[in-house]
Write a protein that binds this ligand. Structure first.
Ligand code: SF4
Length: 434
């Protein structure tokens, strides 16, 4: 059967949805999808007799509409991550033909099989095998054997604009606007591509609704969806709340630099921050000396782990925490990144936030900061002097000028602030910054 004729399985959340529904009906579907996603245990295949699977595509659309209209970043990140995790789990367990149906949809058409790719692109099979073997640094004969033995090594091709991630990872060949690689490389990027399609879907819905005349009606709908979602999370956060008052440095967020403080507050308030920010905060807390057990408990309250037993969490969700403590994977004992790395790869408010949001968060952390100091900080950010801006913010708290250079590491910020607090007599004398 031609791959273009294989339809994705019925659970695939991004299929076209036809028919008409009232907003009340859509709201019910959105709530059911939220119930499902927050109670779904990561990695588990749901029983397909369940009702929500029949409404997978509609449920996804209902939540995409809510995300598009409110533009709530927390909700959007949660939705994209959770839907992508669910998609990846289902994809992994799908039959080979269902997988091809999904790849065909996600990549907007895919050719599978060496002879088909060679014929379509008018390039000899020998050339393709040679080039792919070189990319994988194996002999052509060995690669040939892999292609003939394992289905995952069948040669496949998709258009560059959909599969460019394979080229970026240097795992495939670019031939006349097509990416040619073993099928397994397409499997590796399918989750990220699914997420990009969802993001695109949200952007398009936003454009359509904001440009139409039913904007206000949809806004009301979206607010109800987000309120329902928040309610679900609040229940969970209260149930498993982490108590952060104590004498240890990781229990004293008022000493944290703005990057970690914002992530910490966001997580405590909503129970959710995206993966990259979780890694950043986890490394920072580890750098402050937070023991592994404590850190596992801290993250256990995450909304994504809702419904997971402690034992199950330790096996699944706790993996990346153990990883950064050097107990899993490469067993490398990771250190918290310095400012330079955070600015280019993670979350530093001075580089990531716009002027008015930055003013707002800094004022929240230090209500006594003057407008003059805020103006100077914003000026420094405009010319990309982010660590200088952070230093000025620290000075706005201590009232003292930092003599040597600028802040270069989040732990340095904590060290200076904790010394200042001790001198003032308000801090805990035993707290030591590692
Ligand atoms: Fe954090 Fe460094 Fe940015 Fe300050 S400059 S907020 S310490 S990353």
């Amino acid at each position: 059967m031609e791959i273009s004729k294989i339809r994705p399985p019925s659970w695939y959340p991004l299929q076209q949805v036809k028919g008409e529904l009232s907003l009340g009906e859509l709201l019910e579907i959105a709530k059911k999808r939220i119930d499902f996603l927050v109670s779904w245990k990561a990695g588990e295949i749901p029983d397909d007799s369940l009702d929500y699977l029949k409404n997978n595509a509609l449920g996804n659309l209902a939540l995409c509409i809510a995300s598009a209209v409110t533009d709530d970043a927390y909700f959007r990140n949660w939705l994209l991550e959770t839907e992508a995790d669910f998609f990846a789990t289902m994809f992994k367990k799908a039959s080979p033909s269902a997988k091809l149906g999904i790849l065909n949809k996600v990549f907007g058409g895919i050719i599978v099989g060496l002879s088909g790719v060679s014929e379509y692109l008018n390039v000899s099979s020998d050339f393709i095998l040679n080039e792919l073997a070189t990319i994988r640094r194996v002999k052509k004969e060995s690669f040939n054997q892999l292609v003939g033995t394992f289905e995952g090594f069948s040669v496949a091709a998709a258009r560059f604009e959909k599969a460019y991630k394979i080229i970026r990872k240097e795992s495939g060949l670019l031939l006349g606007g097509w990416v040619v690689a073993p099928l397994i490389e397409f499997f590796r990027i399918v989750k990220a591509c699914f997420q990009s399609i969802m993001e695109q879907r949200i952007r398009e819905i936003r454009k359509r609704i904001m440009g139409g005349n039913k904007k206000e009606v949809y806004e009301g709908y979206a607010q109800e969806v987000i309120a329902y979602w928040r309610g679900k999370r609040a229940k969970f956060v209260t149930a498993k709340s982490y108590v952060s008052s104590g004498s240890k440095l990781w229990q004293r967020p008022h000493l944290f630099p703005p990057c970690s403080r914002i992530l910490y507050d966001k997580f405590m308030a909503t129970g959710y921050i995206p993966h990259g920010e979780r890694v950043q905060l986890a490394l920072f807390l580890k750098g402050l000396g937070m023991p592994l057990e404590e850190q596992l408990k801290f993250w256990y309250k995450a909304v994504d782990n809702m419904g997971i037993s402690w034992d199950n969490y330790l096996r699944k969700g706790g993996y990346y925490i153990r990883h950064i403590y050097g107990l899993e994977g490469s067993r490398k004992d990771y250190s918290p990144p310095k400012c330079e790395t955070i600015i280019s790869r993670y979350f530093c408010p001075f580089s990531k936030l716009d002027s008015s949001s930055l003013r707002e968060v800094l004022k929240k952390i230090n209500p006594k900061i003057t407008s003059g100091a805020l103006d100077r900080i914003i000026d420094a950010c405009i010319i990309h002097e982010f660590t200088r801006a952070c230093t000025m913010f620290l000075e706005s708290i201590t009232g003292k000028t930092l003599r040597r250079g600028f802040i270069s590491h989040p732990l340095q910020f904590v060290r200076i602030l904790s010394i200042y607090e001790k001198k003032k007599g308000g801090g805990n004398k035993r707290a030591k910054v590692p």
